[in-house]
Design a protein around this ligand. Structure first.
Ligand SMILES: Nc1ncnc2c1ncn2[C@@H]1O[C@H](COP(=O)(O)OP(=O)(O)O)[C@@H](O)[C@H]1O
Ligand SMILES: [Mg+2]
Length: 356
């Protein structure tokens, strides 16, 4: 008899480079990795978090589900990019029910889109100790707004793939969930930095609470497309050059090296801008270290470079560290390689039915 299924969801991360799927079982003895796999996507099927070729993405997703022998239908997935806004707002104290009714008018001024074009969600943040009387009449709310057309794209994709969307998360929160089950120190202030193919996501966590998030459209695809242009080769070839799997002529090397260094310089500047903002906005919070993930964090020398530029210690996020791994099911070498790319899918697989 198969074990009765818990309320755990299948975590599906639709990236622009690949789709990742993870399943975790939350057992009495701890969390067990049940399933993990990835499948590549062709160029331009998903662009900056927007699904451009729904049939292509659905076919890849079906393939991966089949390869992993997944029968379940209930899914947690996430969206990211410029269509998602996360903002901490401060408003007069009110109850959750009242806020639910007034969230639209309260948020209007903070959202750069027409309020009728977005789905809104919020979370009331814990108040800080030793607040002034004036402060006690106010409360902090974490506001999440996602453009309806992006949400629709993801729902349509899942329906087309005969899946049931139960939780729609956002990448920075999934990242935070993966961090929370990792073996990294949780207390204090940490900058989670996730660099994928077309996204650079930053989430600064202070004592378990997110105090700052930012998403920008930087990522490894910048390097690939620049190599493609400069060397006048196909996308897949350029990808191989980037990964060092295709040897270069001597005269090609300086151009490629220049692409690497100018791109990672931009990434480091983006991270520094975020850290500066956090330092000036939250004067009582000092970011202690950077926890790096995403496929592009595998670029040789990247973590060292970011460490040098920011003056902070950089550690790699391993989302598998505290999961029980059955070696007969998973090749440890594969999981080690995939760890930085698995982060969002693992964060999603931690969600269960009943979460919103
Ligand atoms: N070993 C590596 N060295 C450098 N870049 C890598 C390596 N492995 C993967 N990448 C890059 O990481 C990106 C994919 O990361 P991922 O987090 O999976 O992105 P996405 O979620 O957008 O699919 C691609 O740009 C890919 O080229
Ligand atoms: Mg991604």
């Amino acid at each position: 008899m198969p074990a009765p299924r818990k309320n755990q969801l299948i975590g599906i991360d639709i990236g622009s480079h690949s789709i990742k799927i993870a399943e975790i079982e939350d057992s009495k003895k701890g969390m067990i990795l049940r399933n993990f796999g990835m499948i590549g996507l062709p160029e331009k099927a998903v662009v900056e978090g927007s699904i451009k070729e729904i049939e292509v993405v659905s076919a890849a997703l079906k393939n991966l589900l089949k390869n992993l022998k997944i029968k379940g239908k209930d899914v947690a997935t996430s969206i990211s990019g410029y269509s998602v806004i996360v903002k901490k707002i401060t408003i007069p104290q009110k109850g959750e029910k009242d806020l639910e009714e007034s969230i639209q008018s309260e948020s209007e001024q903070y959202i750069p889109f027409d309020i009728n074009d977005v789905n809104l969600d919020f979370q009331i943040l814990p108040s800080e100790e030793g607040e002034t009387e004036e402060r006690q009449e106010l409360m902090d709310v974490l506001l999440v707004a996602a453009k309806k057309d992006i949400v629709e794209e993801y729902i349509s994709l899942l329906h087309l793939t005969e899946l049931n969307p139960v939780v729609l998360d956002i990448d920075p929160f999934a990242l935070q969930n993966a961090f929370e089950i990792s073996s990294h120190e949780q207390s204090g202030c940490h900058a989670l930095v996730h660099i994928g193919a077309q996204q650079l996501t930053i989430n600064v966590i202070k004592d378990g609470v997110s105090i700052f998030t930012r998403d920008s459209s930087y990522g490894g695809a910048q390097i690939t497309s620049e190599i493609q242009k400069r060397l006048d080769i196909a996308y897949q070839e350029a990808e191989r050059v980037k990964l060092g799997a295709r040897p270069l002529e001597i005269e090609q090397r300086p151009a490629v090296e220049e692409i690497f260094s100018s791109t990672v310089t931009k990434w480091a500047q983006e991270i520094k801008r975020a850290l500066d903002f956090v330092a000036t906005t939250f004067t009582d919070s000092r970011v202690e270290n950077i926890i790096l993930s995403g496929g592009s964090s595998l670029l040789p020398g990247l973590s060292k470079y970011i460490g040098m530029e920011t003056g902070l210690k950089v550690e790699m996020l391993n989302p598998f560290a505290n999961l029980e791994i059955r070696e007969r099911l998973f090749d440890p070498g594969y999981l080690k390689y995939a760890a930085p790319m698995a982060v969002i899918a693992i964060g999603l697989a931690l969600r269960s039915i009943g979460d919103r």
